[in-house]
Structure formats: C-alpha cells, structure tokens
Design a protein around this ligand. Structure first.
Ligand code: ADP
Length: 322
C-alpha cells in the first residue's frame, strides 16, 4: 500500500517525529510512504513524492515540519476535494496520515466520507485544544518555551517592581495560557473559557496583590480570537490606573524550537501507531492520549465534542499568587 503523510494547519514541534515514525513504520510493514507538501494545498495541487527512510534522517530533533504546512480555504469545496482525490488515485495512494488540529481532522473526515481515502489523524497543534486527547504534539514544547521566556521577564519585573502582561498563543483555548501561568507562578491569567476572565476581575486581583505587598506581577493573557489582546488590556490599565507596565507578545517564538523529549516520544508513538492501524485496515480514526494511554477515536468525534477547558488549574493561580 502507498500511504501519504501530510501536515496541516499551524506547525508544531514534534510533527517531524510523527512523520519520521510513520515513514519508517510503513517501510517496516512493506508499505511505501509518500510526502504531501504544504498540507491540503499541496494535495490539491498534486505536490507529492515518495518519502524514503533516508529523507527522514536527522529530523526528529527539528521543530517545524519538513513537509511544510498551509491553510487551504479551497478544501471546503467538494469539487476541489475531488481534484485532490484524483491526484492520490493517479499516484496509487490509498491512505493518508494527517498531522494537524481539529480543522485538519474535519477535512480528513469529510475527505474520507466523500472520496473513500482511508484517513488517520495525529494531533499536532501547540494549542492542545482537541477533544478526546489530553495531549497534542507541540504543546509541551511551546509550554516550556513560554515558561523559559517568562522566567527571564520575571527577573526584570521584580527588579523594577513592574507589571508585565504577557500574551501567549492558543486561539480560542486557554490551555497554553493556564499551564504557562501555573508553571511561572503568574499572579493572574486571562483566558477565554474562564468565568473570571474580565477586566474588572483582573483589576481587583492586582489591587489585592498590591495590598499584600507584591510590587511586581506577571499576568498571562491568552491571545483569544484577537491577537494583541494584551496590548489592549495594557492600554486600558495605563489609562485607568497610571501603572508602570510593559506588554510582551511572545508570538511565534512559541511555535519554533527543538521539540521536548515528550513531544518526540508521542510523535514517534502516534506516527507508528497510525500506520499499524492503517495496515490492519482501520480507517477514519485519530490518535490521542488519555490518562497516559495511547487511544484512538473515530474522526467523527471531532465534529461533536468540545475540548475540556482548563478550569481546575485556572482556579489554582489566584490561590498560589497570594
Ligand atoms: P488546524 O488543523 O490547526 O485546526 P485549520 O483550522 O486552519 O487548522 O485547518 C487546516 C485546514 O484544514 C484548513 O486550511 C482547510 O484546508 C482544512 N479544513 C478545515 N476545516 C475544514 C472543513 N470543515 N472542511 C474541509 N476542509 C477543512
């Protein structure tokens, strides 16, 4: 069997580990792996080629994705998806390993249903916002990158007795923000799923900290749907309270860098498992981790379920910042 591998949506450290594992597991089972470049965009354009074992040498420790990635609005159009299926058919590719987030999985689900191409999903997004898995590739690396950056900012914040608002990624999910905030001992966190995510609440938290004698504070802000949210909150705080504050948007620094051992290990496990399951004739599933175990779910589950917001950790922050 020929098995195509693609990475789609936002890039995430650990994607290369999954590519490498899928390619080498395919080879071990007597299949041929093909690389599809730039996600669904490359699939539409027929940008695909055999991906031999040696092409995956020395990529395990590299961030990003050697297959590159893209967003591809045309893939929402069934006529375009039929063109994409034609490219696979001509190359003799019967199955796809899709490494990406929930959008990429939605695409795989509809593509399999319409075009009959067997699809397997591997969660790859730094946001960790997929239902049915407690882990996604890149989250652990992005978290550690953000923590390292904020530790540096903490030094200068405490030296000057300053307030820092630090924006982290996460689109509509507060996972990265909340985990980062706990790991950095942040004084407050703003994230979209929180009932306490309001300007007034933040002001009262900062006031309470001031009265307790804290002269510097770190506030982690999830970018939410609008990148630049920390800047907006900072302007308002300066206007209303004349505070000496600084805003840092960590931005794309969080996406890059060598994957942590954890992301490499899960990328390797999921890449190999996806191919083993395709080899057995399974289709229409995505892999994940629940309570430490590798699990598989039907791709259709992505259409139904909502990811769990990081509630308990979020509540811990105001207690520990006292
Ligand atoms: P992620 O996979 O990280 O969530 P996106 O939401 O941008 O990233 O999705 C990646 C790509 O998947 C999109 O650019 C598009 O090509 C495809 N896609 C997403 N949702 C759908 C859908 N409902 N139907 C078809 N294709 C989709």
């Amino acid at each position: 069997m020929k098995i195509g591998v693609l990475t789609s949506g936002g890039d995430a450290p650990g994607m290369n580990a999954a590519i490498r594992a899928a390619v080498r597991q395919a080879d071990a089972l007597g299949h041929e792996a093909w690389g599809i470049y730039r996600g669904y965009q490359g699939l539409l354009e027929g940008d695909l080629a055999p991906l031999p074992n040696r092409a995956c040498a020395n990529i395990l420790q590299r961030g990003g994705t050697i297959l590159q990635t893209a967003r591809c609005p045309q893939f929402h159009d069934p006529a375009q998806r039929a063109i994409a299926a034609g490219h696979l058919k001509r190359a003799g590719i019967e199955a796809l390993v899709v490494i990406g987030g929930d959008g990429s999985f939605r695409a795989a689900e509809v593509f399999q249903r319409e075009q009959g191409v067997a699809c397997a999903g591997i969660p790859g997004t730094i946001d960790n916002d997929l239902s049915g898995t407690e882990r996604t590739l890149g989250f652990d690396t992005a978290l550690n990158t953000a923590v390292e950056a904020i530790d540096r900012i903490r030094d200068t914040a405490s030296s000057h007795g300053r307030l820092f608002l630090i924006e982290v990624m996460g689109r509509s999910s507060g996972m990265l923000a909340v985990h980062t905030a706990v790991a950095c001992g942040a004084e407050a966190v703003l994230y979209p799923e929180s009932p306490e995510d309001s300007y007034e609440n933040l002001v009262s938290q900062l006031n309470a900290n001031w009265l307790r004698g804290k002269r510097s504070s770190i506030v982690v802000v999830a970018e939410g749907d609008t990148v630049g949210r920390a800047v907006a909150v900072g302007e308002r705080l300066k206007r209303d309270h004349d505070l000496d504050l600084r805003v840092v948007v960590l931005g794309h620094i969080q996406r890059g860098g060598s994957p942590t051992a954890t992301d490499r290990i899960w990328g390797s496990r999921w890449g190999a498992e996806a191919v083993r399951r395709l080899d057995k004739g399974e289709r229409g599933f995505y892999l994940g981790e629940v309570a430490g175990a590798l699990v598989a779910q039907p791709l259709s589950r992505v259409l139904e379920a909502q990811p769990v917001p990081p509630g308990e950790l979020g509540r811990l922050i105001s207690v520990l910042a006292r």
